[in-house]
Design a protein around this ligand. Sequence first.
Ligand code: 5GP
Ligand code: MG
Length: 180
Amino acid sequence: MDKDIESILLSEEDIQNRIKELGQILTEEYAGKNPVIIGVMKGVVIFFSDMIKQIKVPCQMDFMWISSYAGTTSTGNMVVRSDISADIEGRHVLILEDIYDTGNSLTFVREHLLKKNPASLKICTLLDKPSRRKHGITLQADYVGFEVPNAFVVGYGLDYNEYYRNLPYIGILKPEVYTD
Ligand code: 5GP
Ligand code: MG
């Protein structure tokens, strides 16, 4: 285990097993639909590459990059730093996200993509922190890997000041690691 990690919340095996289960569900859901699977950078990249291999239908992939999340607090001010390149009009779209926290990011991404008139738009998030949902946000993810408690987690793509994304598991940092 990494020296900065206090405890492991989800092991590599937990994550991979759940991804296989989700893969079976999504393979059935998207059979014959040739979906465009969109990842929200950067936190999703590790989950994205494992998840997409378990969705066994012809599909395309694309990415968008939004900000702003600095340190451990979300500001709610979102901008598109890099948009998708695919034309999704009339297409079945699946958004993959690392974590659904306050809901600001996914609400923003969803509205942005809906303006492009997809045939359908669903959301699959690896982690869901329902206790953190901002007042007024009622959007639910269609597919959830794991519900997690209200703690700041790192690993498997999730960062703290851009570090720890490469850990194969999801864990909680030791309190002394935080600098803000
Ligand atoms: P939301 O807009 O739902 O508040 O936040 C979504 C984004 O905030 C995620 O995509 C992720 O980048 C970041 N985030 C939220 N909670 C956590 C967390 O516990 N750990 C890390 N590393 N990032 C988080
Ligand atoms: Mg993210």
